[in-house]
Ligand binder design. Structure first.
Ligand SMILES: *[C@@H]1O[C@H](CO)[C@@H](O)[C@H](O)[C@H]1NC(C)=O
Ligand SMILES: *[C@@H]1O[C@H](CO)[C@@H](O)[C@H](O)[C@H]1NC(C)=O
Ligand SMILES: *[C@@H]1O[C@H](CO)[C@@H](O)[C@H](O)[C@H]1NC(C)=O
Ligand SMILES: *[C@@H]1O[C@H](CO)[C@@H](O)[C@H](O)[C@H]1NC(C)=O
Ligand SMILES: *[C@@H]1O[C@H](CO)[C@@H](O)[C@H](O)[C@H]1NC(C)=O
Ligand SMILES: *[C@@H]1O[C@H](CO)[C@@H](O)[C@H](O)[C@H]1NC(C)=O
Ligand SMILES: *[C@@H]1O[C@H](CO)[C@@H](O)[C@H](O)[C@H]1NC(C)=O
Length: 748
């Protein structure tokens, strides 16, 4: 793969003159103001510099160097700066103080991971192709630039900051990949010339019939050109010669592997639940429409303390147990607009005994609880509620200093008064771990009986005041708590040695008999891989891509602590997660007819291409495994890799078929590929994801009708390039999917 750094370096030499200087030496340039916060900043540092000085910055956690122009820079093309530091953990944003808009987050690590403290590295952000997302900054009343440190603060030097008017991009062929039967998808930058381009297959030159170039929306500085070849691909060696030096590498060589046999059987199908294409807290109506979001969840740790009267909340241990104004403030308005945009809604009802009383109080003032492990960088007196050794400070605070009482009467009044009734309600969020996430208001460990009582009490009022509403519960956080409580195995022992969720299902089945109506409609769980993939190195990437098998594969031994002795539960095959089949079986045993929802799941890499590919695989699996509802945690960036996965299946009104169709694979290889098919009105749709980082996969696709198909794809060697086009399928004998690519095909 060509490195982004090389590209940046090539770009940097081509910046033109009529630019706005932000900083060269000694002080900010005229017209720029210092809007930094919680940072020691020296604008005339001389320990390391270019010219006569640099800016040295020492930011506390989440603090920033931030500069604002008196005026705006609406139509500029980039930001250049030189930086030195020990790979600072910085997030850069371009903002408008005029209307409050902000660019997507630009991670410094998406531009370079080799920044050193002893020499400056020159970087250029192309506003038409923001690092990481590939998104365009777009037009705006931009006037502010912020370099914000992460959780550990940061120390670095920065110099020669310039807003550049115009970037001339050197012409370059970035990637050339075989796609489908006889197309080569070429990603390019700048004004390339295809006249010297030559293709040969197994040593024989192949004629290019047609060259069609597109400039994808959202990644305007890169283009995709489709070359239609006179000959279909076959196994062997494909040499694509650009005919020009092209950054030192004039050829792209691809080994086309042996074909795998697959067949689609449209006649064997079942409905895919329309609610599996959901996200938490979509950002806008256009987001819902662009990505085809079907289910929107109001959830997470902060909604436990949501006070609908004052519109306050408190994220508990996630943010120093501080009250704040809820964002979004009104659940009622939120349900209204998400419905208006075409999505259904899942609204979480708080079900503990307290909700936030105001926008400012907090539970662990350092003045009352000295010696805490950490404090809010923006509010020094607000502590984490923990000692450095991890144990909770004590005694527990009086809840009334921060909270106001909450009970079913109040929940009933709130739900009854909603102008916009949700489709589903969840009874709180992960309350099995409230004694840590909300240790201030509920320090005692929640046991089986308490959790069941809360779910029952709040479900009953929801059912009473919102006719037809469906209830999802108990939104359990993870594998460990599917089977036991915070109290531990004595709690299982006290309940006939039953694991928690099976016991819960059994009790909810009994409750249906008692109350003469179903109280639980969806068993709701959260699912995060138990393995740690945060390293994001090659092996972590491969692991995250393989681990989609934990959702369905009854033979996949989890690559984590799951099932490692001593015994963790009373489940069959305890080392195998097999999440969706397992829960469908438990439901069949303990409470048949209950639907299954996963209201939090994650690719574990929202800004990496592998996160997008994992999400494509997961959405395919959800349909194939009859999941009833799912919402991604947290909100995927619309133009980032995870947003692209939703776009692939659902973007701009073109949807994967409504019924999952049978796929037969002679060589399944689920570690490295996923193949999903659907049918609707007799038309086939197919999604294939190739999880190999550097080798294409090829299929003979029996029963794939010939004719015109709408095709979309993203990924590939040139990063997250994406595009869509119409192709004619006239051969199904050898269909190629490039490395690290997801392809969607839908019969026209
Ligand atoms: C810039 O702002 C930071 C943070 O408020 C402050 O510490 C620093 O002294 C300011 N520098 C100048 C030169 O105004
Ligand atoms: C941005 O502004 C330029 C110049 O005014 C205009 O040509 C362009 O169409 C605008 N782009 C968008 C996306 O509005
Ligand atoms: C080339 O392909 C494009 C896209 O399919 C099509 O619109 C165009 O007519 C083709 N041109 C030729 C000369 O075949
Ligand atoms: C690709 O193959 C051609 C022809 O075999 C060869 O000349 C060239 O060096 C190869 N390029 C790379 C990058 O391997
Ligand atoms: C943790 O530190 C606190 C304060 O120093 C102490 O009181 C407590 O006993 C410690 N807990 C453990 C488990 O070591
Ligand atoms: C909830 O609290 C209110 C106010 O204290 C009280 O009037 C009401 O009876 C309580 N409801 C329940 C179910 O305890
Ligand atoms: C649930 O409601 C019952 C009956 O009103 C009440 O006795 C019980 O305390 C409630 N349980 C919880 C945990 O709120």
């Amino acid at each position: 793969m060509r490195s982004l750094l090389l590209q940046v370096a090539l770009l940097a030499t081509w910046v033109l003159a009529d630019d706005i200087t932000v900083y060269t030496d000694t002080a900010l340039a005229a017209g720029w103001e210092n809007w930094s916060w919680s940072s020691d900043i020296d604008f005339a540092a001389t320990d390391i510099f270019e010219g006569s000085s640099s800016i040295s910055v020492n930011s506390e956690a989440w603090s920033a160097l931030s500069v604002k122009l008196e005026g705006t820079f609406p139509n500029y093309q980039g930001l250049r700066f030189d930086i030195a530091g020990d790979n600072p953990d910085l997030t850069i944003t371009i903002q408008s103080s005029v209307d409050g808009t902000t660019s997507s987050n630009i991670l410094l690590s998406a531009m370079s991971t080799s920044i050193t403290p002893d020499a400056f590295t020159s970087l250029l952000i192309d506003f038409r192709n923001l690092p990481g997302s590939g998104a365009a900054l777009g037009n705006g009343t931009w006037d502010r630039i912020t370099w914000q440190a992460g959780a550990n603060g940061d120390v670095y030097h920065i110099d020669n900051i310039v807003v550049v008017e115009s970037i001339i991009i050197p012409p370059l062929f970035l990637s050339a990949e075989p796609l489908a039967a006889n197309t080569i998808a070429v990603t390019t930058q700048g004004d390339v010339d295809f006249s010297t381009f030559a293709v040969s297959l197994n040593g024989q030159s192949v004629k290019i019939l047609n060259t069609t170039t597109y400039t994808p929306v959202g990644t305007p500085s890169k283009s995709v050109t489709y070359l239609t070849l006179a000959k279909n691909f076959v196994q062997g060696s494909l040499v694509i010669d650009t005919g020009v030096p092209n950054g030192g590498n004039p050829t792209f060589n691809v080994t086309l592997p042996a074909v795998q046999f697959a067949s689609f059987v449209q006649q064997v199908n079942f409905p895919i639940s329309p609610l599996i294409y959901g996200v938490n807290f979509p950002t806008s109506a256009s987001y819902i429409q662009d990505l085809g979001v079907t289910m929107s969840r109001w959830g997470g740790n902060a909604v436990t303390a949501y006070n609908p009267t004052g519109e306050f909340t408190n994220a508990g241990a996630d943010w120093f147990f501080e009250n704040r104004v809820a964002d979004p403030p009104s659940a009622d308005d939120w349900v209204g607009w998400v419905h208006g945009a075409g999505s259904q809604s899942l609204l979480t009802i708080p079900a503990l005994d307290w909700v936030s009383k105001d926008a400012t109080s907090y539970s662990y003032p350092v003045s009352e609880y000295p010696g805490q492990a950490s404090t809010d960088p923006f509010l020094a007196n607000a502590g984490s509620g923990r000692f450095p050794n991890g144990s909770a400070v004590g005694p527990p605070p009086d809840p009334t200093t921060v909270y106001t009482p909450w009970n079913t009467t109040m929940a009933k009044a709130w739900l009854n008064g909603l102008a916009n009734k949700p489709t589903l309600v969840a009874i709180d969020n992960e309350i099995e771990i409230a004694s840590s996430t909300h240790q201030d208001m509920h320090p005692a460990a929640i046991d089986y009986d308490e959790e069941l009582a809360r779910v029952l009490n709040f479900s009953l009022v929801a059912k009473e005041v919102i006719p037809g509403v469906k209830v999802a519960a108990p939104s359990t956080c993870a594998w460990w708590f599917y089977w036991t409580s915070e109290v531990g195995y004595t709690d299982n022992a006290a309940h006939d040695n039953m694991d928690f969720l099976p016991w819960f299902l059994m009790k909810m089945a009994a409750a249906e008999k008692t109350h003469g109506q179903r109280i639980l409609d969806y068993l709701d769980i959260h699912y995060y891989y138990a393995a740690d993939t945060s390293a994001n190195d090659d092996s972590a990437k491969a692991l995250r891509l393989r681990m989609t098998r934990s959702l369905w594969d009854t033979t996949y031994t989890d690559e984590s602590w799951i099932g490692v002795p001593p015994q963790q539960n009373h489940q069959w095959d305890p080392t195998i997660v097999s999440l969706l089949p397992r829960f469908r079986t438990l439901i069949d045993i303990y409470y048949p007819g209950t639907k299954l929802s996963v209201s939090e799941f994650s690719s574990t890499a929202d800004t990496d291409i592998t996160g997008g590919l994992v999400t494509v695989d997961m959405l395919g699996i959800f349909g194939q495994q009859k999941l009833d509802s799912a919402t991604y945690w947290a909100t995927p960036d619309e133009l980032g890799p995870v947003g692209l996965a939703y776009w692939l299946y659902r973007g701009f009104g073109v949807h994967f078929g409504a019924n999952s169709a049978q796929v037969n694979l002679a060589t399944p290889n689920p570690n490295t590929q996923g193949v999903y098919a659907a049918t609707e009105n007799g038309k086939l749709s197919v999604v294939i994801v190739n999880k190999n980082p550097d080798t294409p996969i090829t299929f003979a696709l029996a029963n794939m009708p010939f004719g015109s198909y709408f095709m979309r794809h993203f990924g590939g060697e040139a990063g997250i390039a994406k595009w869509q086009t119409t192709v004619t399928v006239s051969s199904i004998d050898y269909i190629v999917v490039p490395a690290y690519t997801a392809v969607f095909l839908k019969q026209n």
